[in-house]
Design a binder for this molecule. Structure first.
Ligand SMILES: Nc1ncnc2c1ncn2[C@@H]1O[C@H](COP(=O)(O)OP(=O)(O)OP(=O)(O)O)[C@@H](O)[C@H]1O
Length: 236
């Protein structure tokens, strides 16, 4: 597989406070990659730097070889890198369909219809509830709208910041299965997550982030069997 998203020596933080340091991660084309780590490890900071919400203090971010460092959030979206931030940020009074359409506002009507059909095929529940106000959907369904809306822009790579927060385990499993399908369909997926067991069980590759540094990486099964994860994250 070839590299879709890559960071080299990435550092970022808030003013003089550097939170993530010297991060090297890669998301390959068609891969479902996960970053796990405890509260405060710097997961959201990493996602914010990748999406352009926070400036890069050092290092490089590349998407398909193109350096993104100086691009704004919207320029990165146009380049194909889109973030689903923590919290759902939906327009609650608008219908599911209207929320999804917002994600494809740059497309022609015909492209938007086709992409909507593809997104609805991934999320049958959204197809059934197209005309329902987004704010009246369950937490898990709203998260699916947020992911579906990001996919409406046909990104090359989708970044997700703890989308499973507050969802029941079955809903988390459904969401992760769909993300796996998204990756198989050709959109790179980078997920930051605290559901360590579930995330590592389904991903292709994972990184462990602690105190702003990548302290381990490997396939999901490798990390699940490793001492660090078993002791510190699974309590085994
Ligand atoms: N706007 C900010 N200004 C200053 N420090 C911040 C800011 N946002 C986050 N931090 C600090 O950066 C560190 C990493 O936070 P971050 O939100 O990236 O961690 P996280 O791994 O996403 O944690 P969680 O899993 O709890 O969401 C924390 O110590 C936090 O207090």
């Amino acid at each position: 597989m070839s590299i879709l998203l890559e960071t080299r020596g990435l550092a970022a933080g808030y003013g003089a406070l550097q939170i993530i340091k010297n991060i090297d991660i890669r998301v390959e084309h068609g891969s479902f990659t996960v970053v796990v780590g405890p509260n405060g490890a710097g997961k959201t900071t990493l996602m914010s730097a990748l999406a352009g919400v926070l400036p890069v203090a050092a290092g490089e971010i590349r998407l398909d070889g193109q350096v993104l460092n100086t691009l704004s959030v919207s320029q990165r979206v146009k380049s194909g890198l889109v973030l689903v931030p923590e919290g759902r940020h939906l327009f609650g009074q608008m219908t599911v369909q209207e929320n999804l359409e917002l994600g494809g506002y740059l497309m022609t009507a015909a492209q938007r219809r086709q992409t909507m059909d593809e997104v609805c095929a991934l999320f049958p529940r959204l197809a059934e509830r197209r005309d329902q106000a987004a704010g009246s959907m369950s937490g898990g369904e709203q998260q699916m709208v947020a992911v579906g809306r990001a996919l409406m822009g046909r990104p090359r790579c989708i970044l997700l910041d703890e989308p499973a927060l507050g969802l029941a385990p079955r809903m988390v499993a459904t969401l992760f299965r769909i993300l796996r399908q998204v990756a198989q369909n050709g959109t790179g997926v980078l997920l930051v997550e605290q559901n360590v067991r579930q995330a590592l069980s389904i991903c292709d590759h994972a990184y462990i982030l602690e105190q702003g540094l990548v302290v381990a990486e490997g396939s999901g099964p490798e990390l699940l069997q490793g001492e660090r994860i078993r002791k510190s994250y699974l309590g085994l």
